[in-house]
Design a protein around this ligand. Structure first.
Ligand code: BTN
Length: 331
């Protein structure tokens, strides 16, 4: 990744202007100008005539330079579009992917501090205030559209692993792609694409993570089913670190998929599965199928042993939540 001045500034330590100028290959006036720009972005930087510059604190923002600083990926996140607010990062990413004016490389990220019209699955709204992670990744996989459910599994595995790595909490994946902690939703995934019969033109994977959100902030209708990392850990989490770990994990598992190594993805998915082994009801199209979730197939379908003893593979659907009232399920 391209080096920037933030790679050399250290929190709580003075770094001389001369050193920075040498490292960056620009004049000391050039360094001063860059420091002024950082201050405008709410970096708290103090300077002393004989000692240089000292970074006191960074803004709690998902800034491009922060995400790309020591990002360990080969291509995911090497181009980032950052917004303070957008309607939906998926919508912005889709426009970029379709744009004839701009070349958008694979792995480009669209990320925003907040979304005004965040979209959830099945036409729902997605609550997206400042404090969460709302991002979309643009991909051009050389895969048939039949691989889409597996790409969703890849995303879920990457999210679960990233959360676990950063927080030591083990999230669970509710088929196909809800990430739960304490049986409440911490992340959601929305995959959108343009495809022909056997090729994907582009794919946008939208990811929402409830990070630094207080429980009271959730709207009443989702208060009982939503949770945030800040709420669980009782402290704020570094969103930048979480984004970086997630992007790396995503790239690792996405590359496995592109190399046709689905078994490793499924193995990992099963480790985090909330659904397998449970008696569930799944809404798939107009049907409600009830039975025990026994396995996940190679192509990401859920295998259910139905109450009548027959097995069925469900490619897409929603596992219904059992409400507190006995025998009532809801989406
Ligand atoms: C779900 O219903 O579980 C899916 C939620 C997906 C939300 C994310 S936030 C970033 C991206 N942009 C959107 O508008 N939605 C997805």
């Amino acid at each position: 990744m391209k080096k920037n001045i933030l790679n050399y500034l250290e929190q709580g330590k003075y770094i001389s202007g001369e050193f920075l100028a040498k490292k960056m290959g620009i004049s000391r006036v050039g360094i001063w100008k860059q420091i002024q720009k950082l201050k405008m972005l709410n970096y708290d930087i103090i300077s002393q005539q004989n000692s240089g510059y000292c970074l006191v604190s960074k803004p709690d923002l998902l800034l491009v330079d922060e995400i790309q600083d020591q990002l360990e990926t080969d291509f995911i996140g090497h181009k980032i579009f950052y917004y303070h607010e957008v309607e939906s990062t998926n919508n912005t990413a889709k426009k970029k992917a379709q744009s004839a004016q701009e070349v958008i490389p694979e792995g480009t990220l669209v990320i925003a501090e907040k979304q005004l019209g965040g979209k959830g699955r099945i036409g729902r709204r997605w609550f997206s205030p400042q404090g969460g992670i709302w991002l979309s990744i643009i991909l051009y996989p050389h895969l048939s559209p039949a691989y889409i459910p597996r790409i969703t599994l890849v995303t879920a595995v990457a999210l679960a692993r990233a959360i676990r790595r950063l927080t030591k909490i083990q999230p669970l994946i509710k088929w196909p792609n809800d990430i739960l902690i304490q049986e409440k939703k911490i992340c959601g995934i929305l995959t959108e694409m343009s495809a022909e019969l056997d090729t994907i033109n582009w794919l946008v994977i939208g990811v929402g993570i409830n990070v630094n959100i207080l429980h009271d902030e959730f709207p009443d209708e989702i208060k009982d089913i939503s949770i945030s990392l800040q709420e669980i850990l009782n402290e704020k989490i570094s969103r930048i670190e979480l984004v970086k770990i997630f992007l790396k994990q995503f790239e690792v598992y996405y590359q496995l998929l592109c190399k046709n190594k689905s078994e490793l993805i499924l193995e990992e998915w099963k480790k985090y599965s909330y659904t397998l082994g449970r008696h569930i009801k799944v809404k798939s199209g107009d049907r409600i199928i009830s039975g025990k979730a026994v396995d996940i197939s190679r192509n990401g379908a859920l295998i259910i042993k139905k109450d009548n003893g027959e097995s069925e593979e469900i490619i897409s659907g929603t596992v219904l939540n059992k409400s507190k009232e006995i025998d009532r399920y809801e989406e």
